[in-house]
Design a protein around this ligand. Sequence first.
Ligand SMILES: Cc1ccc(Cn2cc(C(N)=O)ccc2=O)c(C)c1
Length: 317
Amino acid sequence: RSNAESRVKELQELLSRYNYEYHVLDKPSVPDVEYDKLLHELKQLEEEYPEFLTPDSPTQRIGGSVLEQFSKVNHKTPMLSLGNAFNEQDLRDFDKRVRKAVGDKISYICELKIDGLAVSLRYEKGLFVQGATRGDGSVGEDITANLKTIRSIPLRLNKPFSLEVRGEAFMPRSSFLQLNKEKEEREELPFANPRNAAAGSLRQLDPRIASSRNLDLFLYGIGELGETGAETQSGGLDLLSELGFKTNKERRKCESIEEVLQYVEEWTEKRAELEYDIDGIVIKVDSLSQQEELGTTVKSPRWAIAFKFPAEEVVTV
Ligand SMILES: Cc1ccc(Cn2cc(C(N)=O)ccc2=O)c(C)c1
């Protein structure tokens, strides 16, 4: 019995690591069948010895019940929306406003703007306890059970931190095309785009449906930054990676608006090569103290802007 307990612990550790290698690093160290075999062994042991079952076990991704409805969640810090830029001049004007307010010693960080839906995840002492949609920025919907089905989300951090993190949930384009093919075969209405498919999947009351949709998530922000000691946005992103979160590797530090414009130009060309849709580029002042100095307007930060790509001409045949 005691070696059943140690075997359960060993399998939970092992499977969590394999899950991280596969879904976060995209670099599995064991074949899928090996992972599957060990997962079944853990499921058997947890059935036989339920006292060893923990909520963060790799077997607990798909909750038991179908929800009646989603409850509401109040975001401690509001989830802001970004002001938009549509051309080079808008970006140069943004740069001027920033320099006027905080002076000329600034760095920017550019990140791909994933075309999905913004969600926030709360961890207590390292354990994933709640996940919510952005909603209106102050009140969102509790979609914890559906977010748990996203395999790249750690159910337990590798440090017992209590913090709130934010990111964009999305559906890879290949999964979107496959889902629509299946919908058309069932003569169901297909989703118009991956963003709608991701939103529709996370709004399912049955977590088994969300689990089948191959959703994913990139984290890009930490609420209550002070707790973690990060001093820059780029440092915050590195910390998120160290904690076991999936972050987007295409981010770039830019020392001038010229470099920002180069990055925007580069990804305007390359966006079709990505496995997911992006609808623009997010540009942020990297220093968190300068972000505080710049503050926010009624609804969006003065220290960030979203460059939006021109809407794609939809070819209707
Ligand atoms: C049967 C089966 C089991 C697992 C997976 C995918 N996968 C693989 C690993 C792995 N190799 O470390 C870890 C987690 C995971 O989700 C597939 C596609 C099929």
